[in-house]
Design a protein around this ligand. Structure first.
Ligand code: GDP
Ligand code: MG
Length: 660
């Protein structure tokens, strides 16, 4: 909304400009007036539209042309005053004032004008006959009004019209010459219609109309008023009402009617509520509400936002196949000024057999946008009308900013639900295959992907200890010299090498040593293409030894060259490691759900490692002292002990998990 309104009065001398201003202020006709009234400011709370309003007088006797031009360029609305009993003053409106104002204002931001016929107390007849043709010729003239400073007739109305002309201008909405709504206005109202049409059947039923009325005007519509509205539309437009609800045509017709009857403020209220500014563009304040994002924090959608997005999906998934066909997707993004998702999205998230984005994939893509570019997410949710439909303060209410990752690490627990895994590997090592397999695509399916539509991201869900989590895989371009901060910032690192290419491992070792050896980020080595015969890597040590040396889990064999959908186990494991980076996972099986895995995780935790080392030391000392003991029995006992320990450990683990 505007901060204030500046009204300028111009016109020939003695038409009564100063008197009009003084009559408004003192509510009586002044007998003696100066040439020019001082600029007055009416405080917001006493003006009808609740905006501070400045009223500025002009006097030829006291001001130069230069000063007049300056005032004209500063004004938000200009009242051209004439005297109804003075023909010359009327002629001067067209011969002098209109051209002069046109020359001194921007063509693009035309100031609205109001024609004011003063001294109506002196004549019986109206000046409208002369004025209306002028109005028709000049679309910048918003309205005209006859008044009398002496009788105080139409004085407050005049200033109200002036205020309204600024706050609710006709210009952007309506073309008076063609007598129809302007294109931008139709576009904006169409979006509003679509957002309000909650079930997407192309009709605003009573419920939706009520919801619309409540959100726009903060008051519900009486049922009689609702019927009246529909009847007016029905009478004028045969297709305006269908199945007892308002069609888009009817909705647009209704607003045209409002505007034609001088009730622009109704249309403007609706437009502003849905985020539009005076140029009928969506407001920056609406699209980008403030959101504080401290460093080391990530952004996620909260439950409320997911519910909203789910409802948006449901209303567009007309055939209920839980996927968006190209038409359904186009319809969904119809309220956007552009198509937000490129063809690469199909290779970023899960799709169905037809290659259509599934419900799961749709939510994943939103999660990805929120994580990578929260401003974009706010913008998109703004187009969908999140704050209005979900009745929230702004889109920012749908976003959770997670706590600083350093605190998570310190407390060894996290509330986050999205984890980022950056995938490194030399050219051709199988990174893309690794990403695509997460979306359930085997090699055969991957070979159908168009190179131009490939994506460097893949996101989907995994279940970690029964909780659904998002894992975001990012394939890092293998150019060693150009690793940006973004390439390095993640929750877990994947180092992929081609097990069938002897030169492939070196890159992984290099990246690890240069960037991750001293960082706290957990790393996982992936031996890709395990369906091919393994070839010894040409490097100082074997990948297994390398992993041991650097306290990493052993290389995980991986292939996407499967007959069926590739297994998700490795991704679950990665997510688990991302969630619990402090727990060293050494389990050879990658399911992370079996008792063995859980025990392994627990037994490998640091605390237990030290306890176990001490225990072994004690056991060892005792046994060594008994020289007669055979080494085989010693090892048997130790392994029995370890098993008992593992079972106990698992029980303790469960207890710990429950506490969490
Ligand atoms: P300005 O030069 O345009 O500012 O005009 P003024 O306000 O100085 O008014 C010029 C003369 O017209 C004064 O004598 C006023 O008393 C008189 N006047 C102003 N408004 C009215 C009105 O509404 N009716 C009548 N009868 N006289 C008016
Ligand atoms: Mg004057």
């Amino acid at each position: 909304m505007r901060k204030d309104v500046r009204i300028l009065l111009v016109g020939e001398p003695k038409v009564g400009k100063t008197s009009l201003i003084m009559s408004l202020v003192s509510e009586e006709f002044p007998t003696v007036v100066p040439y020019r009234a001082e600029e007055i400011t009416i405080p917001a709370d006493v003006t009808p539209e609740r905006v501070p309003t400045h009223i500025v007088d002009y006097s030829e006797a006291e001001q130069t042309d230069e000063q007049l031009f300056q005032e004209i360029s500063k004004a938000n609305v200009i009242c051209i005053v004439y005297s109804v009993n003075n023909k010359t003053s009327i002629e001067k409106v067209t011969s002098h004032w209109l051209p002069l104002i046109n020359d001194n204002t921007d063509k693009d931001s035309r100031v609205p004008l109001i024609l004011v016929g003063n001294k109506s107390d002196l004549v019986e007849h109206s000046s409208m006959e002369t004025i209306l043709p002028i109005m028709n010729r000049h679309s910048e003239i918003e309205t005209c009004v006859e008044c009398s400073a002496k009788n105080l007739k139409n004085i407050s109305e005049l200033f109200y019209y002036a205020q309204k002309a600024v706050l609710h201008p006709t210009g952007p909405l309506y073309c008076p010459e063609k007598k129809n709504m302007k294109l931008l206005c139709i576009k904006a109202l169409t979006r509003i219609f679509k957002v309000s049409d909650l079930d997407n059947d192309g009709i605003l039923n009573d419920n939706e109309l009520n919801f619309f009325q409540r959100t726009s005007f903060n008051i519900p519509l009486e049922s009689q008023a609702l019927e009246d509205v529909k009847n007016v539309v029905r009478k004028n437009l045969s297709e305006g009402v269908r199945d007892n609800g308002l069609t888009l045509k009817g909705f647009l017709f209704l607003h045209t009617l409002f505007i034609q009857r001088g009730r622009h403020e109704t249309t403007w209220t609706v437009l502003r509520r849905f985020g539009y500014d005076d140029d009928l563009e969506l407001n920056q304040d609406y699209l980008f509400p403030p959101l504080k994002l401290p460093p080391d924090c990530t952004t996620e959608l909260n439950h409320n936002a997911y519910l909203f997005l789910q409802s948006v999906f449901d209303k567009h998934d007309k055939d209920r196949d839980c996927a968006l066909s190209p038409e359904e997707m186009k319809d969904l993004f119809d309220v956007f000024p552009y198509m937000p998702w490129g063809p690469d999205v199909h290779n970023t998230v899960c799709t169905n057999d037809q290659g259509w984005i599934t419900y799961q994939g749709y939510l994943s893509q939103w999660t990805l946008t929120t994580y990578l570019d929260v401003q974009r997410c706010l913008e998109y949710m703004g187009y969908l009308g999140y704050s209005i439909v979900a009745e929230q303060e702004s889109q920012a209410a749908g976003v959770t900013v997670t706590r600083d990752k350093k605190i998570d690490l310190q407390k060894k627990q996290t509330q986050r639900s999205v984890f980022r895994c950056n995938v490194f590997g030399d050219v051709g090592s199988g990174k893309s295959g690794f990403l695509q397999a997460f979306l359930g695509r085997n090699l055969m399916r991957q070979n159908t992907i168009n190179e131009e539509q490939r994506s460097y991201y893949a996101i989907s869900t995994t279940y970690v200890y029964g909780q659904e989590k998002y894992l975001l895989l990012h394939e890092v371009f293998p150019d060693f010299d150009y690793l940006s901060e973004d390439d390095l910032a993640c929750d877990i690192v994947c180092l992929v090498y081609d097990a069938s290419n002897p030169y492939s491992f070196e890159y992984c070792a290099k990246v690890f040593k240069q960037y991750f050896m001293d960082s706290k980020i957990p790393c996982m080595m992936i031996a890709a293409k395990s369906d091919l015969p393994e070839i010894k890597q040409i490097y100082g040590c074997s990948p297994l030894d390398f992993c041991r040396k650097h306290k990493m889990p052993p290389p995980q064999s991986f292939t996407c060259n499967t007959a069926a959908v590739p297994s998700k186990d490795i991704y679950t494991k990665l997510t688990t490691m991302a969630m619990y980076p402090h727990a060293r996972l050494r389990c050879m099986c990658t399911c992370n759900r079996c008792t063995f895995c859980l025990c392994q995780n627990f037994l490998n935790s640091e605390l237990l490692q030290t306890v176990r080392a001490k225990l072994y030391a004690v056991v060892l000392r005792r046994h060594v002292s008994k020289a007669d003991l055979k080494s085989s029995t010693f090892w048997l006992r130790t392994s029995v002990g370890a098993t008992v320990f593992a079972v106990l450990g698992f029980a303790m683990y469960r207890v710990l998990l429950k506490q969490r």
